[in-house]
Design a protein around this ligand. Structure first.
Ligand SMILES: [Zn+2]
Ligand SMILES: [Zn+2]
Length: 190
């Protein structure tokens, strides 16, 4: 019996696969469910949860329970669509995976989360002093903080949660916010 197998079984169940009972035992049904998941996600079908399958499971799980509106846009419980778009009104948006992460981060801490910067077109990125290759430019980053709650400990907890979800993070302890991004990254900038 293993906690890791149990975790895999929980995710597979949530995703609608049938790994059998969540008992931490990698039996026939769990093996079949892992293989089916791998097949449907274009992964090597070997029944082993290596790095790629692990990431695919996390990604698929982060998209579970999310609602789409009639235009196929993600509907979040605590955020309006314009909270993540470029501030100039050009319509540039961040990716769904990061939006879903923002909602989970909010749920995890239970506090309102302010998105201080989402997607940025080149004009806006330059105006706010963003680096030329910023992930904000492609909609793969957002900056956020919990008003009135921020300190170094909370920043570290936010970063730990991001890493656990395979989301990259840059901590800004002096400015009391975190930058979240895809791809993975883990840095502190003072
Ligand atoms: Zn813009
Ligand atoms: Zn940022």
């Amino acid at each position: 019996m293993s906690d890791y197998v149990e975790w895999i079984q929980e995710i597979l169940t949530a995703l609608g696969y049938d790994p059998g009972p969540v008992d931490g035992v990698n039996g026939e049904k769990t093996d079949a469910a892992i293989r089916l998941f791998q097949k449907e996600n274009d992964l090597a079908v070997d029944g082993q949860v290596g790095e790629l399958t692990h990431s695919a499971l996390l990604l698929a799980h982060s998209m579970v329970d999310l609602k789409l509106d009639q235009d196929g846009k993600l509907v979040l419980k605590d955020f309006t669509p314009d909270e993540f778009t470029c501030e100039c009104g050009c319509g540039l948006d961040i990716c769904d995976r990061l939006k879903a992460f923002a909602q989970r981060l909010r749920d995890q801490f239970g506090w309102p989360l302010v998105i201080s910067s989402g997607a940025r077109c080149p004009t806006v990125n330059e105006a706010v002093g963003g680096v030329p290759d910023s992930c904000h430019l492609t909609g793969h980053a957002f900056d956020a903080y919990f008003p009135g709650q921020m300190n170094e400990e909370v920043i570290n907890q936010m970063a730990d949660y991001a890493i656990s979800q395979e989301i990259g993070v840059i901590r800004y302890p002096n400015q009391l916010f975190c930058h979240f991004q895809i791809p993975l990254r883990n840095e502190i900038i003072y």
